[in-house]
Design a protein around this ligand. Structure first.
Ligand code: OGA
Ligand code: NI
Length: 338
């Protein structure tokens, strides 16, 4: 196994040169303020459904991000899942070596930075474990065998988070006025889990855990844990997303921006590191099935001209990966020119 950053950085006193980002991408040492305005959605019973939908829609238009509490996923399950993924990274190297793979065609991958590590000029300060999770019975056997409760706990978590993602999509569907069943198996048929581990970093001002990007999927449900690090780019400024215990951070992916014909924002974001403690995040991505044709919903096109052309999801993904975080160039390529 090539060494994971979480392994070799335990004794690192200085940040290696190949983790130093270009000056205009570095976070620097300026404190980024925690944004108090990113909406908090309370799904507890007794809330007015139409008000919840209005708040979600406004959040998706303005920030592309919101947080959810009282979401129905049990706190014990959240704690158990966070523990088991941390236990995964704490295992001895020999165990992680069994999972280590940078090959994107493999179902379960574990690597440092990204799977294009070998071609990168600068690496991201993170390790990443990633695998599909839907349908669960078709992929659970591909997951890490250790820790011994990984499959059991993460399996339950994946199902619960999928349920929550579909509830979110249903509220968004109603808010956009799309027909019932719009977000069916075609648009949500694929789900993957990505566990980011950002070790303590000797110089957080020079590097990033994840550089500026927007997510290429439909909707993302992220568990940030108790350590801050997620930042959203808005009006040319970075805003911190507050870590709230047991809350999920939800954000809009490129597919929802396109389906909504540009009404909802797929916002750019990044993850910064810190020198005090490691940070672990659990990210669930809902994706269309690879061959699904994605396009702006007919009812979202007010003047007869859609903003984006239609495409096959798998082709979009390929192009997304080639563009390497250049969101503007990516989305321009899918825009219909007047
Ligand atoms: C991602 C992502 C942010 C975080 O995995 O796409 O944006 O805080 N993660 O880990
Ligand atoms: Ni992201």
């Amino acid at each position: 196994m090539e060494t994971l950053v979480s392994t070799w950085s335990r004794t690192a006193q200085i940040l290696p040169e190949n983790y130093v980002f270009p000056i205009d991408e570095r976070p620097g040492s300026v404190e980024v303020p925690i944004c108090q305005n990113i909406p908090l959605i309370d799904l507890a019973e007794g809330q007015s459904q139409s008000q919840t939908i209005d708040t979600i829609l406004a959040a998706c238009e303005e920030f592309g991000f919101f947080q959810v509490i009282n979401h129905g996923v049990s706190e014990d399950l959240i704690d158990d899942t966070m523990k088991v993924v941390k236990d995964f990274y704490d295992m001895p190297d020999e165990e992680k070596a069994k999972v280590y793979s940078i090959d994107p065609s493999k179902s379960c991958q574990l690597y440092t930075s990204s799977y294009t590590y070998a071609d990168e000029k600068v690496h991201f300060w993170r390790d990443n474990l990633r695998h599909p999770c839907h349908p669960l019975d078709e992929c659970i056997h591909l997951w890490p065998e250790k820790p011994t409760n990984y499959r059991n706990v993460v399996g339950k978590y994946s199902l619960e988070v999928r349920k929550l993602s579909l509830i979110m999509l249903e509220l968004i569907r109603e808010g956009l006025g799309l027909k019932p069943g719009y977000f069916g198996e075609e648009l949500t048929g694929s789900q993957s889990l990505s566990v980011n581990h950002y070790p303590r970093c000797p110089n957080p001002s020079l590097t990033l855990g994840l550089p500026k990007h927007a997510d290429p999927n439909v909707i993302t449900v992220l568990l940030q844990g108790s350590v801050s690090g997620l930042q959203v780019f808005k009006n040319g400024r970075w805003l911190g997303v507050e870590p709230l215990p047991h809350a999920f951070v939800v954000n809009i992916g490129h597919q929802l921006q396109i389906i909504s014909n540009g009404k909802l924002r797929s916002a750019e974001h990044r993850a910064v590191t810190n020198s005090r403690e490691a940070r672990t995040t659990i990210v669930s991505f809902i994706n269309p099935s690879p061959d699904t044709i994605v396009e702006p919903a007919k009812s979202m096109i007010s003047d007869g001209v859609p903003l984006y052309r239609s495409f096959k999801f798998k082709d979009f993904l390929k192009f997304y990966e080639a563009k390497k975080g250049d969101t503007e160039a990516l989305m321009e390529a899918y825009k219909i020119k007047p």
